[in-house]
Unconditional design. Structure first.
Length: 143
């Protein structure tokens, strides 16, 4: 297939943005090897564009405020995870009774104390849900 220079020039914006398919990239690369003048001009234009663009830096106070907010959210995330595990373990506690070195009876505490078990389970679910919300906020694009 014979590809003209106009077709390659039409494909260059997609190629330069890195959004071209592998087949299109291969086609443009092959054409640029056959036309070294266009490849040279393209490299010069690319270098000039890179020199003109400066990375946009945030003011230091905004970066510091964002860092402090992220650290605070990470502390909340760890704390909520710990409380969720604590309340879950509390609700899933066992009681053992032994006599003469042998286990006589073993059962979960929910049998004897159903209300505290429900409260512990509700606290665990609440802390777990809050943990997931904070985790989503930390991982979102805003931070």
């Amino acid at each position: 297939m014979n590809v003209t220079r106009e077709v390659i020039l039409d494909l260059l914006p997609v190629y330069m943005a890195g959004e071209a398919s592998p087949a299109t990239r291969a086609l443009v690369d092959e054409y640029l090897q056959q036309d070294p003048e266009l490849g040279r001009r393209l490299r010069l234009q690319w270098a000039e564009t890179l020199k003109q663009t400066e990375p946009a830096g945030l003011p230091p106070e905004i970066e510091l405020r964002s860092l402090k907010r992220t650290r605070r959210l990470l502390v909340w995330q760890r704390t909520l995870f710990g409380f969720a595990l604590f309340f879950l373990a509390l609700g899933a506690s066992f009681e053992f009774s032994t006599r003469n070195g042998r286990v006589q009876e073993m059962h979960m505490l929910v049998r004897d104390y159903p209300l505290p078990f429900g409260v512990a389970l509700a606290c665990s679910l609440t802390c777990g849900t809050a943990y997931l919300a904070v985790r989503r906020r930390v991982r979102s694009a805003g931070f």
